[in-house]
Design a protein around this ligand. Sequence first.
Ligand SMILES: [Zn+2]
Ligand SMILES: [Zn+2]
Length: 354
Amino acid sequence: MKETMRGLVKEVPAPSGLVYHNDLPVPQVGDDEVLIKVHCTAICGSDIHMMEWDEWSQKRLNPPVTLGHETAGTVVAVGAKVTDRKVGDRVSVETHIPCGECYFCKNGMGHICNDIKLFGVSENGAFAEYTKVRSDVTFLLDDDLTDEAACMFEPMGAGVHGVESAQVEGKVVLVSGCGPIGLTAISASKTFGAKMVIACDLLEARLEVAKEMGADVVLNSTSCNVAEEVKKLTDGIGADAAIDVTGVEAAINTALKSVRAAGRVVCVGLPTKPVTLHDMTDDLIYREVELTGVSGRKIWDTWDSFAKVLKGPYFKLEKMIGGKFVLEDFEKALEEIKKGTPGKMLLYPNVEDM
Ligand SMILES: [Zn+2]
Ligand SMILES: [Zn+2]
């Protein structure tokens, strides 16, 4: 076993990016941990925020930390008390490391634990040859799931969680926003039996992909009144549920107007500023519309659901991957992100895995 490894470290509490090292110590596993040989790790928007040292990062990060959390690899060592994983298991990792002790953890809501740790944020992560994590936050991959597909669980799981919350089977569902998470929500809605999926976005190119991933109807919000079109498609009743992936005030209000009375609006996208409900009386209260949110992924319900989506006919992995880079070339991957190249950028510690 090697003693040192390559990895990308957020070194100091400043907007200083990441530093590449080739002499980091290979992590030593604790009793309840596994050591994972990383196959690939996707770059997340939050990784960029941590490099830029925004307010969110300042509250959660204590540098130096090895970043990277959307990952998959193979278990190469297990701690003395680990019984649920063995050497050779292929795994992905849940970013939210619940405490296991609080009210939420004890009531099946570990994903909104009061005292959560974050893999690749508060703990060292997977932009490295090896990473370690508590074995109970690893998700076992079967042979039908590639490592690349497994890197999608974490970033796009919120879209699947939104679909679970919307209870889509047999229903008409509006998905607002057709970026990677919205596309995942569309394909998940179809996988889980939605009667009709209506997708809306501002960009025609994204709507084209939405159709390929299962949307039955696409609406360009720049050229039509989405709520009116949804009514026309549903005999004047409205959609049973809406999933908002945009976090944008106008889209959230449109979603409220597009659902039927006693319909449900699930917010997945994070607003970057305060949101006003334009007509709470008529859109929500008098019509008994439910408005709720989802946080990350339910452990492990969302993962099990997402595995079905990944293996199903609607999800198109190739539409989700923007580029593959060897770890050392992370700056090139970051440039693609800055240019706005669509899809996730994957980093590989070992060139032969690409
Ligand atoms: Zn992420
Ligand atoms: Zn807890």
